[in-house]
Write a protein that binds this ligand. Structure first.
Ligand code: ZN
Ligand code: ZN
Length: 68
């Protein structure tokens, strides 16, 4: 599979990941990596996983999620 954003620009580039939101294939240049804390209800409180989850998105979804 090739990177969708590179494909839009007319360049075929091998993809290394897939956007978790829109499903577009992404090359390392177009990949946005962020972390997400995982919360879990435990008894009366909320516990947070010590290890944050990894979140891979494309630039389009990344911008959409961070521009409110
Ligand atoms: Zn790309
Ligand atoms: Zn996306």
């Amino acid at each position: 599979m090739n990177c969708y954003d590179c494909h839009q620009a007319g360049t075929p580039t091998a993809a290394v990941a897939v956007c978790r939101t829109c499903g577009a294939a992404l090359c390392p240049d177009h990949l946005k990596v962020s972390t997400q804390e995982i919360h879990r209800q435990e008894g009366m409180g909320l516990s947070t996983s010590r290890q944050p989850a990894r979140r891979l998105t494309c630039p389009t979804c990344h911008d959409a999620e961070h521009r409110f």
